[in-house]
Design a protein around this ligand. Sequence first.
Ligand SMILES: [Zn+2]
Length: 324
Amino acid sequence: MSVPQVELHLHLDGALRPATIVELAGPLGLDGEAIVEGLAAIGAGRLDAYLAHFDAVLPLLQTAGALSRVAEEAVIDAADQGLGHVEVRICPWQHQKGGLTLERATRAILDGLDAGSRKAGIPAPMVVCLLHGMSQQEAEDLATLAVRLRPEGVVGLDLAGNEGGGFQIEWFRRAFAIAMEGGLRRTVHAGEAGPGLHVRRAILELGAERIGHGTAILEDEEAVALARDRGVLLECCLSSNLHTGAIARLEDHPLRAMMAAGLKVSLNTDNPTLSRTTLAREWELARTHLGLTPEEEDTIRQWAWNARFPAVPRPHRTGPLNEA
Ligand SMILES: [Zn+2]
């Protein structure tokens, strides 16, 4: 085992502990057990149907206390699974319904990640998600905030949401330029519910260094060449791809074909609560359904480690978890 296992693609709102959902729901007069039961997105079959499952947990995550708590728990859960680094992504824009400002919501998440990181002993930087459906101005404001909070633990910017519902990538060019100029790393969901062309556009127009899913990349030769030449890593999520309908069967996942095409890949959970999975289970699925060999596992693990967005040193805090 050469390098630690890492999780590069984990949505905080898709990674809540069922017990925490129940506890947060009670005081709001919501039926937590029913939310947990309804959360399983297995069988959703389409990205929009899959994403609709998030609607159930959003009401639970509208206070600073709730956001900090779930962020801290996500890091502890990652460390408990033996991971050496976890990147946690979320769109703070969706967490202002209880009166939190964008900055307060983001800081609450960062506080929770910091607390979890200190308790669990692993770096847990934050990736801020922009979402399809945000206005250009909202995206730019969030990117600007993300850059300002870089010293507090924000390492990257992502574009997520319903790629199949209209991929207006041009709306996000300026936001990603702000991120790049401000020293943030970039990953973009593309080629999940959309074509390989989206992967190409994410790399060329948004400066994506990693691609969320990219399941359709092989249908676009130019996208493959670009990703290969620039060393862009694909964040593959097998169970999620099955549940969103990106693939019909696990055996159809192009992970090994991607590797054969000279592309770098990684394995991630995406939304462990929705997909009822763990990172260990995703590796098991890759072994069982894709025939991944131990040598290939080592290679993928090394790629993922090399492609992580390292935590930024926090000048006002000292500890063993800051990476240069
Ligand atoms: Zn995702």
